[in-house]
Ligand binder design. Structure first.
Ligand code: NCD
Length: 286
């Protein structure tokens, strides 16, 4: 595996290999000793950047990077390609977040080191999907035959765009509960029925909520459906509740204390899963 730009870059074996490695990663300190990981974040992030950086440190790698592109030469008009040509000369793996869909692919085309897509516009967010699957398995065991409701901004949410094809591969059935006007893009929508939040809560194993991606929407954005303790009680829901975070108001605070709430577990699982991804991509460095 040269880059991780999309979930489609991972064969089933590679996906399972990373998740298995994430399970045992605590014993793998120093496998990346001497390596340099660059986190190039052209868009805001809390969990993704800091868990990648913590993962790099835990593996024994050093970290360089930026989280405010206005302090880099892109503010002077440098192209993404030129920035990547330069940055890839300073590191062994480049973790890139960028507001434009397709940016990671463009970066990979000119990079001399592996590129990890840490979110490209409305495109993909493959490492989020790996930690989502890891968390689902932790809570539910084997996923084949389970059901997941995709809730919120399914049009612009890159976490959703990576999650859907992987859940399909794992034999998980899906329903959609989109915010008004923000349904799945056509290429992903096939065979995924739209249902109400009540139906989803009553029948699914997972409620996967997402925020409306206001920064990618011109004009007034609609609101995402809200999951609260009353909904879960009314529908006798047995679902676990997930969210890539940050949440705005998609999940009420009264869900936090319930055993169903798994969103902070997801954030925590970012560390071992990203350690496994970095260790895998750094294994064959020259
Ligand atoms: C997500 C993202 O950046 O796509 N955040 C994350 O990485 N956990 C979700 C979002 O911003 O809504």
């Amino acid at each position: 595996m040269k880059h991780l730009l999309s979930v489609h870059d991972l064969s089933n074996d590679e996906l399972e290999g990373i998740l298995a490695r994430a399970q045992t990663i605590a014993t793998e300190g120093n496998v990346a000793s001497g390596a340099i990981v660059c986190t190039a974040f052209f868009e805001p992030s809390t969990r993704t950047r800091l868990s990648f950086e913590a993962a790099a440190h835990r593996l024994g790698a050093d970290v360089i990077g930026f989280s405010d592109a206005s302090a880099t030469s892109s503010a002077k008009g440098e192209s993404l390609e030129d920035s990547v040509r330069v940055l890839s000369g300073y590191c062994d793996v480049l973790v890139l977040r960028h507001p434009e869909t397709g940016a990671a692919k463009r970066a990979a085309a000119v990079s001399s080191v592996p590129v990890i897509n840490a979110g490209d516009g409305s495109g993909e967010h493959p490492t989020q999907t790996l930690l989502d699957v890891f968390t689902m398995r932790q809570a539910l065991g084997a996923l084949s035959g389970k059901s997941v409701a995709l809730v919120g901004d399914l049009r612009h949410g890159r976490t959703i765009h990576s999650l859907v094809p992987v859940l399909e591969r794992l034999g998980v059935s899906m329903v959609a509960v989109p915010a008004p006007g923000l349904g799945l893009p056509d290429e992903l929508a096939g065979g995924i029925p739209e249902v109400s939040i009540e139906e989803a809560a009553a029948s699914c194993d997972v409620l996967y909520a997402t925020r409306v991606q206001k920064e990618r929407i011109e004009g007034k954005a609609s609101d995402a459906p809200v999951i609260d303790a009353a909904l879960l009680e009314r529908t006798k829901s047995k679902a676990i509740v997930m969210h890539p975070l940050p949440r705005v108001n998609e999940i009420a605070a009264d869900v936090d204390a319930l055993a169903a709430a798994k969103y902070f577990d997801q954030a925590k699982n970012g560390l071992p899963v990203r350690m496994a991804v970095l260790a895998t991509l750094l294994e064959n460095r020259s």
